[in-house]
Design a protein around this ligand. Structure first.
Ligand code: CA
Length: 365
């Protein structure tokens, strides 16, 4: 218990290490020869492009860097536990490690959603800035370290700004969202509810069938690369952008705290660095492959790619403000995370305006 308490309280000390600038966790010691065989459960279909393939690479990197002292066997969603039981399986120690997205655990703790994506929130650069250098990771670890969760989280992947989703009818005003049953997890789903829609949270493996059979009217998943992997272009006609609901969603690795504490420092460092590498690598893969897949979708005569009207986005942003205000009032954990998130976002918006955004605009002159 003493060790767990130390880890839980470590915050910016032993655990919340910045990805790049830091001291090695272990210096001058001979690594223990003890071998570890772990199981990893994920919320993704087997070998799913981007997420599943990223996880496969993560465990290969950990095994190679540890000279085989830490081997991890990956189980896709439903192979060991269903997608939405990943959190419990790792928390309870059924398995040692998991990969998914924090907003899937909003029923465990609503504040978790800030560690994936907030509508009209931050893009990947801003999100990583908040995580590693803006206090986000400390709050994330503090929340997950609670005894009832017993987890250590690591940023471990990002899709970049997503698409707004697939619809079977044009969306010309916010009224068109009324009555719409849509796969839309996290706070984006709550915003849809304010607009009169019905949000549904489905794992990747169930989205295509639900959309094709009409059990849902619309679905957002990720972007061109991943949506084509599910075949969503064959289940709906209108493909809207941008993904206001998920501007830079962070994915997570979660490790059971007792399993984490059992690792010697060099293996802990290897796991942390491998997650950090995945965080970068997955974003690079999504960017490259989204660009390729977009070109294919633009040639598909059955698909219409459209921007949401500005008026729809303004209304959704207004609803987002209402949803966040209600959550802040209802949950002290949310209030605490929101304070850090919104203060950081304010500074990030200003810097992004005269850096990334200003540059992107110059390309369209
Ligand atoms: Ca999404």
């Amino acid at each position: 218990m003493k060790r767990r308490a130390l880890i839980a309280g470590a915050g910016a000390g032993a655990l919340a290490l910045a990805a790049c600038a830091r001291k090695p966790a272990s210096t001058g010691t001979v690594p223990s020869g003890k071998r570890f065989e772990w199981k990893m459960v994920t919320t993704w279909p087997p070998n799913f492009p981007g997420m599943g393939s990223g996880v496969n690479q993560l465990v290969k990197n950990i095994e190679a860097a540890s000279a085989g002292r830490l081997r991890i066997k990956v189980y896709a969603a439903n192979e060991l536990v269903p997608a939405f039981e990943v959190f419990d399986a790792v928390s309870q120690g059924t398995v040692e490690i998991g990969h998914g997205a924090a907003y899937y655990w909003k029923n465990k703790t609503p504040a978790s959603q800030f560690f994936t994506a907030i509508p009209f929130g931050m893009n990947v650069l801003e999100m990583n800035g908040w995580m590693y250098y803006g206090g986000g990771l400390d709050l994330y670890r503090e929340l997950y370290a609670r005894p009832q969760f017993n987890l250590v989280p690591f940023p471990a992947g990002n899709t970049g700004v997503q698409m707004g989703g697939w619809f079977n009818k044009p969306i010309t005003s916010v009224d068109d969202l009324r009555g719409l049953k849509m796969r839309s997890p996290g706070i984006g789903g709550e915003v849809l509810k304010r607009a009169g829609g019905t949000p549904v949270t489905l794992p990747a493996s169930e989205i295509f069938t639900a959309l094709q059979t009409g059990s849902i009217d619309a679905a957002e998943w990720v972007g061109p690369y991943n949506d084509m992997a599910l075949g969503l272009q064959d289940a709906a006609q209108y493909y809207y952008y941008p993904g206001w609901q998920e501007p830079g969603p962070l994915l997570e690795c979660i490790v059971n705290q007792d399993a984490w504490a059992s690792l010697p420092p060099d293996l802990q460092t290897i796991v942390e660095l491998a997650c950090s590498a995945l965080n970068d690598q997955m974003m690079a893969e999504f960017f490259a492959r989204n660009a390729n897949s977009l070109a294919l979708l633009e040639e598909d005569e059955d698909v219409e790619i459209r921007p949401f009207p500005d008026e729809v986005l303004r209304e959704l942003r207004r609803y987002t403000g209402e949803v966040l205000a209600d959550m802040v009032a209802a949950y002290p954990d949310v209030a605490r995370v929101y304070e850090s998130f919104s203060a950081y976002r304010g500074r990030a918006v200003r810097w992004s305006a005269i850096s990334e955004l200003a540059y992107l605009n110059t390309r369209n002159l």
